[in-house]
Structure formats: C-alpha cells, structure tokens
Design a protein around this ligand. Structure first.
Ligand code: SF4
Ligand code: SF4
Length: 347
C-alpha cells in the first residue's frame, strides 16, 4: 500500500481538488449530532466526531427509491446513472460495514442498484479517537487495511495518506503537488505512538464478544430474551442506524389511472411489527421477543457461519440511539452474565 504525507496547511487545497472529481460529502455537526452532508466549504467539515447518525449505507442503500416502472406493455428497470459521490471522514468501523454490504450485494447475485451506486462512490477514511460507546476494539474493526480509496491518519501537523485502490491512486496523482513521499523513521515512530495512545483510550470492552455465537446458541431459550422483549418499543431505530443492517421491503404502487405504476424499495427492520407477515396474514414473529432474537442471532451468530465475521462492526450507534438501552453491549453482557452465573465459567 502506497503512503504519502500531507501537511495540514495543504488540506484546504486537497479538498478543493477533490471537489472537482465529484460531489463531496463529509461529517457536519448539526446541533449535537453529526451526519454526512454535502460540503461546499472546507470549514463545514468537522472530523472531531465519533459517529454520524447514519453510516455510508445511506449512499448505497437509500431509505427509499424506485426500482422499476410498469404498464400494460411491460416493465422498465430504473437504474439511474448515479452521480459520482465522494465521502470523506469515514471511520474504520464504517469502512468495515461497507465491506460487509459489498459482500452481500456484490456476491454471487449482484444487486444492480447497489452495484451502480458503489461503483460511483469514493471513500476517503479518516482516523478517529473512541468514546465510551465505541465497541470496535472488541469487534476487531478498529483498524482497517482495505475497503477505502484513501485513508487519512491525522497526526500532529500532517496527515498520513494511505492509498487503498486505483481510484485513490488517481486522486494522489492529481494531488501530487500537495503530497510528499518523505516517510522518515520519526514519522513511523509518531504513527506507532499515536496508535498506542488510541488503543489505550478504549474504555468499553466486550470480552464476551468472541464467544457470542456460541453463547447465543446456548442461551437461545433464556428468559433474558423475554426481559428485553418486554422493554423493546419495536421502533426499528436499531436497524435503521446500524451500518450493516440492510433488509428492505418491496412495494408495487399502482397510479390512479390503474394503467401504470412503479415498484419501490425501502429499508425495513426485523424489529418492526409485520416484518415477518406473509400471505394469508400469517406472522412468523408476532412478538417483540422473537423479533429481537432474530436480530441478534442473525447479526452475532448467523453472519459468522456464512461470512466468517459478525454483522456488528462496533460503531456504537445502537448504544447511542436505542431509547430503552437494548443494544449489542447490553444484550451480550446479559447473555454472557447468564452463562457465568449458571455455569460458573467466568470470574
Ligand atoms: S449492532 Fe450496534 S454497534 Fe454493531 S454495527 Fe450495528 S449499530 Fe453498530
Ligand atoms: S431494540 Fe431499541 S431501537 Fe431496537 S426496536 Fe427495540 S426499542 Fe427500538
């Protein structure tokens, strides 16, 4: 992987250059929250954040969009040529989330809507420092080696610029006046010191996380699920903010003239009522407990069986936004606590 140095005073010029390559989005503070918004002025960018409300999935699987139109003659796919979007300031956990989405949507059966948006998205990562809701050290997603086009590690008065793809390389060639290849031993030492400092800043650890797939299996009938189910409001927030949750519903809408219509795809959540409703009004998961079990079993166990890693990247959004404190941390701790109590396996 090619690496460059960029002094911070060159950053505004770098942003101006990037803006000539596509529509630029980055973290912007809005009241107390952050979101990826279009950037017209470098001053709007605020990298001093832990998590945006929505991750990069908002560029790849928007909450709602039309996929085809139909009339009496037949159907017509709507795969718009998306704009070239560049998103800067993406943290390692969110890049891992995109890698998970890529595996799902660009695997054996390629989703053309996702593929076209992904093709036109450039990801520029940015280093971060954790708060007490960041779980990525426990989920093994606090560092990232690929899945980005460029990655900026912010050190004292310069950035280390890591190149992760041909697209990223093309950007560095265009920005060659702003970059230097002078990576000295002192630069390397400073980088290692920064990484060590960052590692020591993680306050919340989930030692049980690596056993979670087994613990969920062993505790599948535990009363803990009922306790969480009683509290859950079925609001769906946890999956809407989760950067790896990607379930969607499809709805055909017929226009008033009854001659034509369109098909719409919208994000869905397995924690919402009617998610598992099928023809004949049969609902496989009518209660909150079974829906929560599905959410966590899928995320923390089934993903591992299928993809070799959990579907949680430790971003802390569910920790931040669930109104009743049901999240990957509280669920993992409760299930692990149950095993500890009954089987005396942990101190
Ligand atoms: S389960 Fe929670 S911590 Fe894990 S990726 Fe989803 S929102 Fe982030
Ligand atoms: S677990 Fe929390 S965020 Fe998720 S549906 Fe239930 S109440 Fe809403």
């Amino acid at each position: 992987m090619k690496t460059y140095k960029m002094v911070k005073s060159a950053f505004p010029d770098f942003i101006e250059l990037i803006k000539t390559k596509g529509k630029l989005f980055g973290p912007v503070k809005q009241k107390s929250k952050y979101s990826f918004e279009e950037i017209s002025d470098v001053k709007d960018l605020d990298f001093d954040y832990q998590r945006t409300v929505l991750g990069v999935k908002k560029f790849l699987t928007p909450p709602k969009y039309k996929t085809l139109t139909f009339n009496k003659e037949g159907t017509k796919d709507i795969i718009d040529e998306p704009e070239t979007n560049i998103v800067i300031g993406v943290h390692p956990c969110d890049i891992h989330a995109v890698k998970i989405l890529d595996r799902l949507f660009l695997g054996n059966i390629k989703d053309p809507y996702y593929a076209s948006r992904r093709e036109n998205l450039t990801i520029i990562g940015h280093s971060c420092l954790p708060d007490d809701k960041c779980l990525c050290q426990s989920t093994g997603t606090d560092m990232v080696e690929d899945g980005f086009d460029l990655f900026l590690t912010e050190l004292d008065d310069y950035y280390l610029v890591w190149v992760g793809s041909d697209k990223g390389l093309a950007l560095t060639i265009a920005a060659s006046d702003l970059l230097s290849e002078d990576i000295s031993d002192e630069t390397i030492r400073e980088y290692v010191r920064w990484q060590q400092k960052r590692s020591s800043m993680f306050k919340t650890v989930m030692p049980s996380f690596k056993y979670m797939a087994d613990i969920i299996t062993l505790n599948y009938d535990s009363e803990i699920w009922e306790q969480f189910g009683e509290k859950c409001l079925s609001c769906g927030t946890c999956s809407l903010v989760c950067p790896t949750c990607n379930c969607f519903n499809v709805d055909d809408k017929i226009l008033m003239n009854a001659e034509e219509g369109f098909r719409e795809r919208m994000l869905d959540s397995c924690t919402l009522p009617y998610y598992s409703m099928v023809a004949g009004d049969h609902d496989f998961r009518p209660d909150r407990t079974t829906r929560l079990k599905l959410y966590y079993t899928h995320k923390l166990k089934e993903y591992i069986g299928r993809w070799g890693q959990p579907g949680c990247v430790g971003c802390g959004r569910c920790v931040t936004y669930c109104p009743v404190d049901i999240n990957v941390l509280t669920v993992s701790e409760a299930l692990f606590g149950e095993v500890c109590e009954t089987k005396e396996v942990c101190e």
